[in-house]
Write a protein that binds this ligand. Structure first.
Ligand code: 6PG
Length: 256
C-alpha cells in the first residue's frame, strides 16, 4: 500500500519500466481495495500516452486481474485527444485495448471523453456533467477521485495541460477543451487542476532517460512552474513512480 504524506511527493525509483508497471499496477489494486472497503467504490482516472500501457496490461493479467474489484470500479480519463474512440491516437483506444476490453468492469462504469464530437466545448461540458452526476456531487462541488494517474511530457505537460495554456489557471471548469498547438493532435480535452488536486492519490508514471531533465525540472526545483509541478493534491497523496532512467538526474536512492 502506498503510504504518503499529503503535500510531500513520495518519489519511488524502480529499476526498469517493466518493474515500474508491476509496482504501479499493484498500487492501483491496493488503492482500489482500500477505496471499496472505505466507500464501496473505486473512482479512477486513467492517464493517456504510452507509459501507462504496460501497467494497464498487468491489471488485465493474473494475478491482479482477479484481485481488482472490477464490479465496484468506475473508470474515467484524465484527458483525451480530439479523435474517435477507435483512432490509433485515442487514449481511450489505448486503455480499451490494454485493459478495459480484457476485464469484467461493467461497461456502464466506463466513461470516455467524446473527443470526436464536433463541438469541443460541448464535449468538455458534457464530460464534466457526467463526472458530477456519477460522483453524485452538486454542480461546482469537486469530485474526489480515489486515484488519478498522470504521465509527464518532456515539456512538463501532464494530462493535456501544456505550458502556457489558459487551462492551467482554470478554477471553475472541471474539464477543459484545449488547443495544444505543440501537440501532434492539437484538439485536446483535460481534467483541470481543481479536480486533479482534489484526488485522494495522484500517481505519476514516468520512464526513460529522455524524461530525466523534465523530472529534475519538476521535482528538483521547488519553485517549478511547469504544469506537472502544479499537481499538488490539497489533502491527498502525491506519488511519483520513476524508472532509473527518468530519475537519473535526481539525487534520490533507488527504492527497488
Ligand atoms: C496524452 C497524455 C500525456 C502523456 C504524456 C507522456 O494524452 O498524451 O495524457 O499527458 O501522459 O505526454 O506521454 P508518454 O507516456 O507517451 O511519454
Amino acid at each position: 500500500m502506498i503510504v504518503g504524506m499529503p503535500h510531500a511527493p513520495e518519489i519511488i525509483v524502480i529499476d526498469d519500466p517493466a518493474e515500474l508497471a508491476d509496482v504501479a499496477a499493484r498500487a492501483i489494486v491496493d488503492a482500489a481495495l482500500e477505496a471499496v472497503k472505505a466507500r464501496g467504490r473505486f473512482m479512477i482516472s486513467l492517464a493517456g500516452g504510452g507509459t501507462p500501457r504496460t501497467t494497464y496490461e498487468r491489471l488485465a493479467q493474473s494475478p491482479l486481474r482477479e484481485k481488482m474489484p472490477w464490479a465496484q470500479t468506475w473508470i474515467f480519463f484524465g484527458d483525451e485527444r480530439g479523435v474517435a474512440p477507435e483512432h490509433k491516437d485515442s487514449n481511450f483506444a489505448m486503455a480499451n485495448t490494454a485493459l478495459i476490453s480484457k476485464v469484467p468492469v461493467p461497461r456502464e462504469q466506463v466513461f470516455r471523453i467524446r473527443g470526436e464530437d464536433g463541438d469541443p466545448e460541448a464535449a468538455a461540458t458534457t464530460y464534466a456533467r457526467t463526472i458530477t452526476e456519477v460522483f453524485g456531487v452538486r454542480r461546482g462541488e469537486l469530485p474526489k477521485f480515489d486515484m488519478i494517474l498522470l504521465g509527464l511530457g518532456v515539456d512538463g505537460h501532464t494530462a493535456s495541460l501544456f505550458p502556457g495554456s489558459p487551462a492551467l489557471k482554470e478554477v471553475f471548469r472541471q474539464v477543459a477543451a484545449v488547443h495544444a498547438a505543440a501537440a501532434m493532435i492539437p484538439q485536446r480535452f483535460t481534467l483541470t487542476f481543481p479536480v486533479i488536486n482534489a484526488a485522494g492519490t495522484v500517481m505519476f508514471l514516468a520512464a526513460g532517460a529522455e524524461k530525466a531533465k523534465v523530472v529534475k525540472a519538476v521535482l528538483g526545483e521547488p519553485s517549478s512552474t511547469l504544469p506537472a509541478a502544479m499537481a499538488r493534491p490539497t489533502e491527498g497523496r502525491l506519488v511519483w513512480l520513476l524508472d532509473r532512467g527518468a530519475a537519473s538526474l535526481l539525487n534520490v536512492a533507488k527504492s527497488r
